[in-house]
Design a protein around this ligand. Structure first.
Ligand code: HEC
Ligand code: HEC
Length: 318
């Protein structure tokens, strides 16, 4: 574990250094003519063959989301252009991931920008990661859309332990498995004939939504299910109401969401080492809340999560 944590720290300082280097260079936005018309035309040709069936001939969206307009821009405008490039390069076309060349992905980004109304120039968009990460989106491109709300609150069916066993335990363990298994590798046939490739405790499902998508979905499940820990009325197994208004409880939940989102970003790189490094932060985010609200130390004894007297202290407000 300490090796994993050390690697994560190194990754962070490298990132900080890279972003310092990046900001020292003149930054451009996608409005500054970052691609050429010829390049966008090449991208259009690839798009027609490999993307249009899912995303629509005019990028308007079909069975897959649109690649134009506010809903699309709102998802990417806060990230460098390299993120959009990497999404395409690493995960698209969804049915044939990893088959595009970097040049094709750059051409596709050019086509998306051109269709979005951004102007071309004589310069081509480089497929180089450092160059792409220096290009950003103009600020205030799209106002944050107010999501419609129903105002309804659904009382929880289960307690915290059940929520943990049902969502947090299986999904985080899927991600921890990346430490020793490459989701991109061809699955090994499992006993019983299923294809599980080591991600096996949901045997029936792993062969269907397998590979890296399994890790994407596990990270999404952790991020988007975390607000359930703030559901009014949710209790611990011992019957005590979870302290959903405690600032610390809220902080640990927010940290969980942030770490799960980072894990998703790592999974999107399709790089086993990066996800493996991210698992250190993930287990830290679980442990931080558990140390405060689950494994309470009483009388200086080391916490034992299975100790019944310890269970009685769970969900105690600080
Ligand atoms: C088999 C269907 C399919 C094909 C073919 C396909 N995609 Fe996708 N694409 C999807 C789905 C589904 C999503 C949404 C899930 C996700 O983000 O991974 C998506 C998401 C995206 C996104 C992110 C959209 C957003 O709003 O965040 C981009 C960009 C994208 N695709 C580009 C492409 C490009 C470029 C091609 C062609 C090289 C392509 N896709 C081919 C199914 C497809
Ligand atoms: C905001 C606080 C919080 C976060 C974050 C959190 N947990 Fe928990 N967890 C709890 C509490 C409280 C309990 C005790 C539940 C009970 O007794 O009902 C618990 C219990 C558990 C249990 C034991 C359930 C049992 O059988 O008694 C597991 C397993 C677990 N958590 C896994 C995780 C994992 C994995 C993560 C991170 C991905 C995580 N938890 C993140 C608060 C949290």
């Amino acid at each position: 574990m300490s090796r994993v944590v050390g690697a994560a720290v190194l990754g962070v300082s490298l990132l900080a250094w890279l972003s310092a280097v990046a900001s020292a260079q003149a930054s451009r936005t996608v409005q500054d003519g970052v691609f050429s018309d010829a390049q966008a035309a090449r991208g259009q040709a690839v798009y027609g063959q490999q993307c249009a069936t899912c995303h629509g001939a005019k990028l308007e969206g079909a069975q897959a989301p649109p690649l134009v307009a506010d809903g699309f821009l709102g998802r990417w405008q806060d990230q460098p252009l390299s993120s959009l490039f990497n999404k395409i390069q690493n995960t698209m076309p969804a049915d044939r991931q990893g088959t595009l060349t970097r040049q094709q992905s750059a051409d596709l980004v050019a086509h998306i920008l051109k269709t979005g109304g951004f102007r071309a120039s004589a310069a081509e968009l480089s497929p180089d990661d450092a160059a792409l990460s220096r290009i950003t989106w103009p600020t205030g491109l799209v106002a944050a859309a107010a999501a419609p709300t129903t105002g309804r609150v659904f009382p929880p069916l289960g307690n915290m332990a059940q929520l943990m066993r049902g969502i947090f335990f299986p999904n985080s363990n899927l991600i921890f498995t990346v430490q020793t298994r490459d989701p991109g590798a061809k699955p090994e046939p499992a006993a019983g004939g299923g294809q599980t490739g080591g991600f096996s405790f949901v045997e029936w499902g792993a062969g269907i939504y397998g590979g890296w998508e399994l890790i994407d979905n596990a990270a999404i499940a952790l991020a988007d299910a975390s607000p359930l820990m703030l559901t009014p009325g949710i209790r611990c197994e011992n019957g005590r109401l979870a302290p959903v208004t405690d600032p610390d409880w809220i902080k640990f939940t927010e940290q969980m969401i942030a770490v799960a989102r980072k894990t998703y970003q790592a999974s999107q790189t399709r790089n086993q080492e990066l996800v493996s490094e991210a698992t250190g932060d993930l287990s830290d985010a679980c442990a931080a809340c558990h140390q405060a609200y689950r494994e309470t130390r009483r009388g200086g004894r080391a916490p034992d999560p299975t100790d019944p007297s310890n269970k009685a202290n769970r969900c105690m407000p600080r």
